[in-house]
Ligand binder design. Structure first.
Ligand SMILES: Nc1ncnc2c1ncn2[C@@H]1O[C@H](COP(=O)(O)OP(=O)(O)OP(=O)(O)O)[C@@H](O)[C@H]1O
Length: 604
């Protein structure tokens, strides 16, 4: 009897276990289904954005092709339909931050490629070896002292090359166009000669303008000037919209004494407002605001114009600022030049002779210096800069170069396994300082949330994208610089020019579609001659395009990077749980948004 009872109970237990297992596996299938749907939705969202970007890019290309500009247009970005749909299918990242990141492909053999004559014989920066500061001709001892305090005892090749063409024998006779790899020291390459040349000025007025594409980069460039400029008594201003325009104006323009007192009559326009700065670092939008609206803001004494990340700043989304600056400085220059014989209070004596003017009027030359790690060769874009007797400087004979000590790796996996592979990689890297790049702002947020929901990684992770306001981004960047954050999940807004010391790894969560984007992302590491690694997560069907991309920067293949199966198995359930929590968060967020909008509609 007891035996039969035992048998019966065992049978019941067995069927229960079978049913439970069946529930669990059905449940798991449902969970995986839900995660797949979620991933497909986010892929679709990113693809939609990319498609828009790419159509936008093609519209621009067509516009350019119909543009009757100088020379041929063989250098415009080209993407055939089949490439476009391949890229979409392989889920590679189109530019979502800036449609100007496209490559100017070396035009196909059948297309005549027009290369500007001055770009045909570039000056090779690699011919210049690093030069000890004590051997640098004409360097102001105060600047030498400051550089040593910065921990620099020699100049990098690009810095020496630019020095020779500006302060040295080259004497600023020509406009300088520099194409030098990321992290090679371009900021100091232009800051040093400008500060050296202005160190002898008597009267303070705005003589040097540096334009960069983003606020964060502008603040970073200003930090460099804030170290070297005061050493020779120069003042530096910032115009980026970081503070209110009134606050900014008071930091740039000295209000006349009358304006302080009661007796000031605003109509009294003959009172000359003085500049509080010799050098201004600005983003295009705020610069144009000051040109158009700020009383006393003048470019008439401008001697140096620097355009950093120039291929971005002459791109389609920034085209508004350059004509304004050139026009204002040109007309002001002509006026100043004519008055030069008069005894006005301030005469701007510029070196480097005069420029071919309009209607044969001669006027002092505005020296232009343009910099990028991926300098454009498109004649239509460069023509906007109105360059004078340009000198093209580049590192070696290849168009695009990665830092010498950068190693490129590829992690081949399916979309579904990307989070799992990224988690395994971050676990592998322990808490080394790293940046994870994604192609869209929303994906940045989701990825950062998922990684934190895993709860098992040895690193502190935060996100950095336009979803956060400027002050939040500045704080996160500061925490990252100071080591309170180990891994930054970032959209491409961070890419250009940002210099954070000690970044060991860059991780592309998705394959950048253009080599320029790859260069600027990977260039966040291996800076100033240090070593660094760039990992790219890609699908099997993206391997070919990744290899093609690396060939453009002189790398004939990438090293595969894989993980022991055990670590993937251990992390997989955690990733699934993290994805489910993320889906719940997204669903509750969207239901709250629906609730809020229905309440809003009812209230109307
Ligand atoms: N002469 C030097 N000696 C040692 N370090 C230097 C020197 N010049 C610059 N550096 C350091 O090199 C790093 C990269 O400099 P910088 O940001 O100017 O590079 P970059 O070429 O502008 O890079 P990107 O193309 O990404 O903007 C900075 O951390 C800077 O402090």
């Amino acid at each position: 009897m007891a035996k039969e009872e035992k048998k019966r109970k065992k049978k019941i237990r067995h069927t229960q276990e079978e049913e439970n297992q069946k529930d669990v596996s059905e449940n798991k299938d449902k969970r995986m289904e839900k995660i797949k749907d979620f991933q497909a939705k986010s892929d679709k969202e990113v693809k939609g954005k990319r498609k828009k970007e790419s159509i936008h890019k093609n519209e621009n290309r067509l516009k350019e092709e119909n543009f009757i500009g100088i020379g041929d247009i063989g250098d415009v970005t080209e993407i055939s339909d089949e490439e476009f749909f391949n890229a979409l299918a392989s889920d590679t990242s189109f530019n979502t931050d800036d449609s100007d990141e496209g490559d100017e492909k070396d035009s196909k053999p059948h297309k005549k490629q027009m290369l500007l004559h001055w770009m045909k014989k570039p000056l090779d920066i690699n011919l210049f070896n690093g030069c000890p500061l004590c051997m640098l001709p004409c360097l102001d001892p105060r600047l030498e002292d400051t550089l040593r305090k910065m921990g620099f005892d020699s100049l990098f090749p690009v810095q020496l090359a630019v020095w020779h063409m500006t302060v040295g024998p080259g004497g600023f006779e020509r406009d300088i166009c520099v194409n030098s790899p990321t992290g090679s020291g371009k900021t100091l390459a232009y800051a040093l000669p400008i500060v050296q040349m202005l160190s002898t000025r008597n009267i303070r007025c705005l003589r040097a303008l540096i334009v960069v594409p983003t606020r964060d980069l502008a603040m970073q460039v200003k930090q460099v000037f804030d170290i070297v400029a005061p050493a020779v008594g120069l003042c530096v201003g910032l115009a980026v919209g970081q503070s209110s325009i009134e606050k900014e104006i008071s930091s740039l323009i000295k209000r006349s004494k009358f304006e302080m007192g009661m007796s000031f009559d605003p109509e009294d326009s003959h009172v000359e407002l003085e500049s509080l700065v010799d050098i201004l670092v600005a983003t295009p939008g705020r610069l144009v605001d000051h040109i158009n609206t700020t009383k006393g803001f003048s470019l008439e004494h401008l001697q140096y114009l620097v355009v950093d990340e120039v291929d971005r700043l002459v791109g389609e989304s920034y085209q508004f600022w350059l004509p304004a600056v050139l026009q204002v400085s040109r007309s002001a220059q002509k006026r100043v030049f004519k008055q030069a014989s008069s005894h006005n209070s301030l005469r701007t004596i510029r070196r480097c002779g005069v420029e071919r003017g309009f209607q044969d009027n001669m006027y002092p030359r505005l020296v232009k210096m343009i910099f990028s790690a991926t300098l454009t060769k498109d004649p239509n874009k460069l023509d906007q800069l109105d360059l004078h007797h340009s000198l093209y400087m580049t590192a070696g004979d290849r168009r695009y170069n990665l830092p010498k000590k950068l190693e490129s790796y590829g992690l081949i996996c399916t979309t579904e396994k990307k989070l799992l592979n990224l988690a395994a990689l971050l676990e592998d890297l322990d808490s080394e300082k790293s940046i994870v790049f994604t192609s869209s702002i929303n994906l940045t947020h989701r990825l950062c949330t998922s990684l934190n929901l895993l709860g098992c990684l040895p690193c502190k992770i935060n996100e950095y994208s336009r979803l956060q306001n400027q002050s939040a981004r500045s704080k996160i960047l500061k925490d990252f610089r100071e080591g309170r954050i180990d891994v930054l999940v970032s959209s491409d807004g961070m890419t250009r020019g940002m210099d954070v010391e000690g970044i060991k790894n860059v991780i592309n969560y998705d394959l950048p579609m253009y080599v320029k984007k790859y260069i600027h992302r990977a260039g966040r590491t291996a800076r100033a001659g240090q070593a660094g690694r760039c990992f790219t997560l890609l699908r099997k069907n993206e391997t070919k395009s990744f290899k093609n991309m690396l060939e453009k920067v002189g790398i004939d293949s990438f090293s595969p990077y894989a993980f022991p199966a055990a670590s993937l198995q251990r992390l997989e359930p955690l990733c699934i749980t993290a994805m489910e929590k993320l889906i719940e968060l997204e669903e509750s967020k969207s239901s709250k948004q629906v609730e809020a909008s229905s309440k809003f509609n009812k209230a109307k």
